[in-house]
Structures are given as C-alpha cells and as structure tokens.
Design a protein. Sequence first.
Length: 179
Amino acid sequence: MSTVTVLVGSLRADSVNRQLAETLQSVAPDGVTFQIAENLDQIPFYNEDIDGTDAPAAAVALRELVANSDRVLVVTPEYNATIPAVVNNAIDWLSRPYGTGALVGKPFGAIGVTPTPYGGKWAHEDARRSAKIAGAHVVEDVDFSQSTLEVDVLNDEQVLSNLRTALTALLDAEPALAA
C-alpha cells in the first residue's frame, strides 16, 4: 500500500492538470491511493513570522497530509516559464522546519500538461529543484511534460501510457534516509 499526495498547480476548477490529477487513481496499480491536497489557495505566502506553534491551519493540514504520505507528486502547468506561485508556496511551507520538513526523504516527482509546445518542462524542472533543496528525494525518471496543442491528454492512449510510466518510476523509488 502506498499513498501519494498530489499538489495541483492550477487553481481553476476545470483545469486540465486538475483533471489529470483526478485521473491518476484510474491508471495506478492496485494498492496505490492518491490524495489531492485541497485548498492550496488558502495557505498564506510563507512568512517565518507566522510559522511555528501558531502556523496557519491550512499550512499545518498540508504538512500533516504530506508527512503521512509515502510520496509527493506535483501536477502542474507552467506560468511564465516556471512553477505557479501556489506550488512554490506549498513547497516553501513543506520545507520547514529546515532539515525536518514534511518533504525530507520523500520520493518526489513533477508532471503536467500545458497549451504550449514545451508541455511545462521548465515548471517541472523548477519544482524538482525546489523540492530537492527542501530535502525531497527527487525521482528524475518521473518526467511527463505534455503539450495539449494537438492531443486530448485525458483520452489519448500514448499520453496515458506515458503517465503510467512516470507513476511507476515514482512508485518504485525508495524513500531517502534523512541526513
């Protein structure tokens, strides 16, 4: 049994990335559960002055969700050639307290789709870099950046096959030992 927490980078209700995140359970092997971290838009921007014993409830809930999961997967589009602020902010909160944050040692991947020719690859690279600095065990083989220009990503068998391959890499990764 493995639990994967999913951070969705688009806040739109009908976002294709949100729909892709919701599709994960249907393409996953038996025994794997995906839980989408809800309410990322309710977490204030990270500020050390409001962190600690009185941290905002939404940030505490996210930390607990990730701490109790086995893996983390970001499913995100690309905004201005990088990760959306909501993903960056979530990683900031999950990185604290430094060295013992909820991401430390967790297998981590970033995937997603965009209506550009690049499929969001820069956003995924930036999410992986930020998570690695936060202590996550970034699984480089989890690489799925898909353009939506010519493909119905939710119904294309090649896209779903690529998604399964990325998921397998994340699920096969062992947690890293904390330093």
